[in-house]
Ligand binder design. Structure first.
Ligand code: PMP
Length: 395
C-alpha cells in the first residue's frame, strides 16, 4: 500500500504514530482490539459508523439472514424498498430515498440533483467543512484542479451575512447550499448551529429557488431519530446520510422532497455495489434498534458523564480545557495549545492506557458504552492529564 496506508485512518497522519495501532482485529460493544491483542475502549466508533456498538446482536442477525439469501445480485432486494420506506417515514423532510455506498457518494449526488433541478451551477459551502474526498471537496488539493471547485463559493459557518454575500456572488446561477448540522471542522473547537443562521439559510434558498442540502453524514441518527435539524425546525430539501445508518455496514443515502424527485430520476447515478442487500438489511435493523434502545439518550447520558468528569479532572490538574459540540460527539481542546502539543500528548497517553480517541478529530460515543466503560476511560484520561501537566511544568 502506498506509504503503508492512505487516508484519514493512516497512523502516519497522527502526531503519535507509534502509539496508535494501524490494524484492528475485532470489536464488541464499546471495545476494540488491535492485531497485537491490545484492548481499547472505543471513543472513535470507526470514525462514526458504529452507533449501537460493535457486533450488535440484532444488526448481526439481520446481516446473517440476508447473507444466507444473497447480497450483490442482478437487481436490488426487497430490503431496498423497505429501507426507503423506513427512512422516508423517519426523516420529516423526505419524500424519497436513493442509496449509494459512502458519504461522499451521497453529498456528490445531492449536488448533482440540485444542479439538475435548478439548471444552475453555483453551490455554497462552509469554508473548512468536510463533505468527502472527491475532487470538488477533498481538503487536500493534491491531484485536483481549480476547475473542480469553480462552481463552489464559500461562506463562514454560523455567519449568515457571509452566506448572503456568497449567494449574491452566485447571482442567478445559484443552485444550492450544502451545510453540516453543526460545525465539526478538525482540529477546531466544535460549534453548535445558531438556529437563526439555519433559518436564514432556509430563507436564502427559498428566496431564489435554490436547494438547502443538509450533510447529515457524520451526525445522522447520533443526535436525533430524524434529521439533525428537526429539533430546530429547519427542513432541508435534500439530506445526505451514511456512517451510523447501518452500524458499520457500507451504505449511504440521499433523501429528498418532492420538488427534487424528477431531477433525482434524471441524474445517472449508480455503482456496482450500491444495490447490495446486506447493508440495507443492516440499516433496517439499525434504524429499529436505535429507536427501540433509545440509543440517542444513552449516548447523550454517557457523553455527558464523560464530559463532566473530564472537566473535573482538568481542573484538578490545573489545566485549561474546552469541551465542545454535542455530548454524543465530544471533543476536547487545550487552552493555548496552538501547535496541538498538549492534544497530542493527551491522546498518546490515552491510547497507551487503552482508550481510543483522537487528538484532532471529534470523538464518538456509542450506545453500547456502559457506565463502567466511562469510569475505565476516565481512569486513563486522568493519567493522560497528568502527562500533559508534566509537559507544561517542564516548559
Ligand atoms: N460529510 C461529512 C460531514 C463527513 O463527516 C464525511 C466523512 N467523515 C463525509 C461527508 C464523507 O463520507 P465518506 O468518508 O463515507 O465518503
Amino acid at each position: 500500500m502506498p506509504g503503508g496506508m492512505y487516508g484519514h485512518e493512516s497512523v502516519t497522519k497522527l502526531p503519535v504514530p507509534d502509539s496508535y495501532p494501524q490494524f484492528m482485529s475485532r470489536g464488541r460493544g464499546a471495545h476494540v482490539w488491535d492485531v497485537d491483542g491490545n484492548e481499547y475502549i472505543d471513543l472513535m466508533c470507526s470514525y462514526g459508523p458504529v452507533v449501537l456498538g460493535h457486533q450488535h446482536p440484532k444488526v448481526e442477525a439481520a446481516v446473517r439472514a440476508q447473507e444466507a439469501k444473497g447480497d450483490c445480485q442482478n437487481g436490488p432486494s426487497a430490503r431496498m424498498v423497505e429501507l426507503a420506506e423506513a427512512l422516508v417515514g423517519r426523516v420529516r423532510h423526505a419524500d424519497w430515498a436513493m442509496f449509494a455506498k459512502n458519504g461522499c457518494d451521497a453529498t456528490t449526488l445531492a449536488l448533482m440533483i440540485v444542479r439538475a433541478a435548478t439548471g444552475h451551477r453555483k453551490s455554497l459551502a462552509a469554508r473548512g467543512s468536510y463533505h468527502g474526498a472527491a475532487p470538488w471537496c477533498t481538503p487536500e488539493l493534491v491531484g485536483t484542479t481549480p476547475e473542480d471547485r469553480a462552481n463552489l463559493i464559500y461562506f463562514t459557518y454560523n455567519d449568515l451575512e457571509s452566506a448572503q454575500a456568497a449567494a449574491a456572488e452566485a447571482g442567478d446561477d445559484f443552485a444550492g447550499v450544502i451545510v453540516t448540522p453543526f460545525r465539526h471542522d478538525a482540529p477546531l473547537d466544535q460549534e453548535l448551529v445558531d438556529s437563526s443562521f439555519a433559518r436564514g439559510l432556509r430563507a436564502l434558498c427559498d428566496a431564489s429557488g435554490a436547494a438547502l442540502i443538509l450533510d447529515d453524514v457524520r451526525c445522522g441518527f447520533r443526535l436525533h431519530l430524524g434529521g439533525s435539524w428537526e429539533p430546530i425546525d429547519v427542513d432541508p430539501d435534500i439530506s445526505a446520510w451514511s456512517k451510523a445508518i447501518a452500524n458499520g455496514y457500507a451504505i449511504s443515502a440521499v433523501l429528498g422532497n418532492d420538488r427534487f424527485r424528477t431531477a433525482a430520476t434524471e441524474v445517472f447515478s449508480t455503482g456496482s455495489f450500491w444495490f447490495s442487500a446486506v447493508s440495507m438489511a443492516a440499516a433496517l435493523a439499525t434504524l429499529e434498534a436505535v429507536a427501540e434502545e433509545r440509543a440517542v439518550e444513552t449516548m447523550q447520558a454517557r457523553g455527558q458523564a464523560l464530559r463532566a468528569k473530564l472537566d473535573e479532572q482538568a481542573m484538578q490538574w490545573g489545566i485549561g480545557i474546552r469541551q465542545t459540540g454535542p455530548a454524543q460527539m465530544p471533543f476536547l481542546t487545550f487552552d493555548g495549545d496552538v501547535d496541538l502539543t498538549m492534544a497530542n500528548a493527551f491522546a498518546a497517553q490515552a491510547i497507551r492506557r487503552g482508550v481510543f480517541l483522537h487528538p484532532r478529530h471529534n470523538w464518538f460515543v456509542s450506545a453500547a458504552m456502559t457506565e463502567e466503560d466511562v469510569s475505565r476511560a476516565l481512569e486513563a484520561t486522568n493519567e493522560a492529564f497528568g502527562a500533559v501537566r508534566r509537559l507544561q511544568d517542564v516548559e
